[in-house]
Every structure is written in structure tokens, then in C-alpha cells.
Design a binder for this molecule. Sequence first.
Ligand SMILES: [Zn+2]
Ligand SMILES: [Zn+2]
Length: 125
Amino acid sequence: MGPTRNTVQRDIILKTVNSMHNHPTAEDVYNAVICVDPHISKGTVYRNLALLSATGQIRKIAMPGTDPDRYDFNLLQHYHAVCRKCGRIIDVYGREGKPDVQFSEDFMIEDIDLVFSGLCANCCN
Ligand SMILES: [Zn+2]
Ligand SMILES: [Zn+2]
């Protein structure tokens, strides 16, 4: 038996996210995926994005406030800075993969979701 329709679709979605290096929203991914597979539904794309991020094949970036989540092909430990003017998201790397911060008491870190906000180089000149 060959690959099922489900695995084929998941594969298309994963390849699409891996080709998008601009931290796309689920909507952006859907718009790119339908160029490859016009019959894929929005629900399928959203469901697979959740699944692929739950299994660690891509990363989901929870954005502050009501902004939609973004997705990231880059699995290296890093953080994000979002430009409040143009919405561009840039990658931020900590020292040895950890943010340079100090906790006021013991805390076991399980996950880090750090988003800086401000103005990117294009927007503050
Ligand atoms: Zn900007
Ligand atoms: Zn990133």
C-alpha cells in the first residue's frame, strides 16, 4: 500500500513550511499549499500545522495579543522580535541557546516563548 492521502497532504504542508522562511501564519501556509494541491481544505492545513508543531517537526510561535500564531521551519533554539510597524519577524539567538536572564527563584523551564517588540532596521530609519 502506498502513502495515504493524509500522509501525502502532511508532507506537502511540511515541505511548504520548510520553504517559507518568513514566519508564515496558518493563512499564509494555506495560500501557498493550495498552489501545490488545490483540493486541500483549510481545516486540513490548520490541523496538520497543529500536528506538525506538536510532534516538533516545525515550531509554532504564539504571538502576543490577538495576532495570529506564526510557524517556523527553524528548529534551532531561538526567539523572535516583531516589528510593530511592518510586522516583520526576525530571529533572535541567545547565548548557548539560552536567554541571558536571571530567575528570582528556582524554576524548571519546559518551554520558552519569547517575543520582543519594537521597530526593525527598515522602519526606524
Ligand atoms: Zn519594520
Ligand atoms: Zn524564527
